[in-house]
Design a protein around this ligand. Structure first.
Ligand code: ADP
Length: 498
């Protein structure tokens, strides 16, 4: 038996999972790490601490699985995207804390670029919209912040990369400075049509080329983990950004197949194959993956800021539940929201609205409204936001999706999934293994190491645990959507200065 080790480096924790060659998970280990909030709107991670959690969870998972590390055929990496690390090539030490995707410190810098008319260029090259979310402005900021940053970068003294690069460098003892196309496509520095760093974008963000990693495929030989990691050298044959990994783990490998991850936020991706479709509805075009020497493959992506986080607000902000799963019993104690609508625009609205000034709104309350109605409206609010993304995606692709494949922590809620099916008028499929992110990385790693010959060998691994079919008539579905749209209008542009 051969084994695969998936390293899943997330925003709040790192997790390692050992899979056997049938992709059955044998053992896992997970560790949280520190979130640093040095100022409002700033979010940082200590890259050394991230690496430490990756290393120790990997060692623990292998020990728990009770396998000999020499039987691990391949390591696969998946990671929080956009977060950027800069380190000294000679010492391997980070020169600044990692700036996390959620960090908004470069908002003004990006607004100035937008006002300077740079968005069309950036969108046509990268598929992205000018927003501090992506790595480029964060990297620009670090180079200005540290002494002689730009000069040291130009002289090749510094190395930078997203978290996959940082992990590859540490795994290989500094031998490999590389990234994969899916992660590189989120930096705003790669031309997604060629898969290479774009000189014009490097000039725009003032990033010296010697700073950047080499861009490689998602699957294939990417480097070798040193013996210091698990006691023996192990090939690294997979690396992929977390959302693309979940798309692959859900086997959305035919154009038109869609997955939605319900975590803190919700991430909807539709695979579009070798066509990089430019969204007309303000969704993002992104590289899905490149397998070995194959062509670049693409996806359209839309995300919701407040997914499971809305449920956390019921727990921590309102205090009407003690734990996230309690939302389900409370919401199910009423037949519907009693006309209450929650627009969870607590941090503004993302795609397709992109309204940073929108704020949360709770509408339609009467004397009869209870905590249960609000809980129900919260689940509805998550489903409505995802429905808006699906609608935008269908407009872009011109085709109606046949089913939504779901994963992530909040997809455990049967009520949320049924509500989603009802609001979409489309079946929702929940797989047996909802750990799609780690699974995708393991699949990339196994394919890259030749554990399986091709994708066909993998088509067997996906099994649906439950399929939620729409139970609402089209008429009442439309009425609910209309009410939601009216509520969104009330929540929009609340902070009028933004
Ligand atoms: P992330 O990877 O973003 O940290 P997860 O995929 O672990 O998120 O999902 C966590 C989210 O799922 C939390 O926001 C929580 O509110 C929600 N959640 C977890 N379990 C349930 C449940 N049984 N019902 C509803 N929501 C849940």
């Amino acid at each position: 038996m051969k084994y695969i080790l998936a390293l899943d480096q997330g925003t709040t924790s790192s997790r390692s999972i050992v899979y056997d060659e049938n992709l059955k998970p044998l053992a896992s280990s997970q560790k949280e790490f520190t979130q640093h909030f040095p100022e409002p709107g700033r979010v940082e991670h200590d890259a050394a601490e991230i690496w430490e959690t990756v290393r120790t969870t990997a060692q623990e998972a292998v020990a728990k699985a009770g396998i000999d590390a020499r039987s691990i055929a391949s390591i696969g990496i998946t990671n929080q995207r956009e977060t950027v690390v800069v380190w000294d090539r000679r010492t391997g030490e980070p020169v600044h804390r990692a700036i996390v995707w959620q960090d908004r410190r470069t908002a003004d810098y990006m607004s100035a670029l937008r006002e300077g008319g740079k968005e069309p260029l950036v969108q046509s090259r990268t598929g992205l919209l000018l927003d501090p979310y992506f790595s480029a402005s964060k990297l620009h900021w670090i180079l200005r912040e540290i002494p002689n940053g730009r000069e040291r970068a130009a002289a090749g003294e510094l190395a930078a990369g997203t978290v996959d690069s940082w992990m590859l460098s540490n795994l290989t003892g500094g031998k490999t400075h590389a990234t994969d196309v899916s992660n590189a496509s989120r930096t705003m520095l790669m031309n997604i049509h060629t898969g290479a760093w774009d000189p014009e974008l490097l000039a725009l963000f003032d990033i010296p080329a010697p700073l950047l990693p080499q861009i490689g495929p998602n699957s294939g030989p990417l480097g070798t983990a040193e013996a210091g990691f698990l006691g023996t050298e192990i090939p690294i044959c997979g690396a992929v950004g977390d959302q693309q990994s979940a798309l692959f783990g859900q086997l959305c490998t035919k154009p038109g197949l869609v997955k939605c991850t319900y975590g803190t936020g919700c991430f909807l991706l539709v695979f579009t194959g070798p066509d990089a479709v430019t969204s007309k509805n303000r969704l993002l075009t992104t590289v899905a993956w490149k397998i070995g020497g194959g062509p670049l493959q693409y996806a359209i992506e839309g995300s919701v800021f407040m997914g499971g986080a809305s449920i956390q607000w019921l727990r921590d902000g309102l205090g009407i539940i003690r734990s996230a799963p309690e939302v389900n019993a409370l919401a199910a104690s009423v037949g519907d929201s009693g006309g209450v609508v929650l627009v969870p625009a607590f941090t503004g609205l993302g795609a397709p609205y992109w309204d940073a000034g929108a704020r949360g709104a709770l509408l339609g309350m009467t004397r009869g409204t209870t905590a249960a109605h609000i809980a129900r409206a919260t689940l509805d609010g998550i489903a409505f936001q995802v429905a808006d993304l699906v609608e935008a995606m269908q407009k872009d692709s011109g085709a109606k999706i046949s089913a939504l494949r779901v994963d992530g922590g909040a997809c455990a809620s049967d009520l949320l999934m049924q509500t989603q099916a009802d609001i979409l008028g489309t079946p929702v499929e929940r797989p047996t293994n909802i750990e799609s992110t780690a699974l995708g990385a393991a699949m990339m790693a196994g394919l890259g190491a030749g554990v399986w010959r091709d994708m066909d060998a993998l088509s067997e691994i996906r099994s649906v645990e439950r399929r939620f079919t729409p139970e609402t008539a089209a008429k009442s579905r439309k009425a609910r959507l209309k009410l939601w749209k009216r509520a969104v209008k009330r929540a929009q542009k609340w902070e009028i200065s933004k």
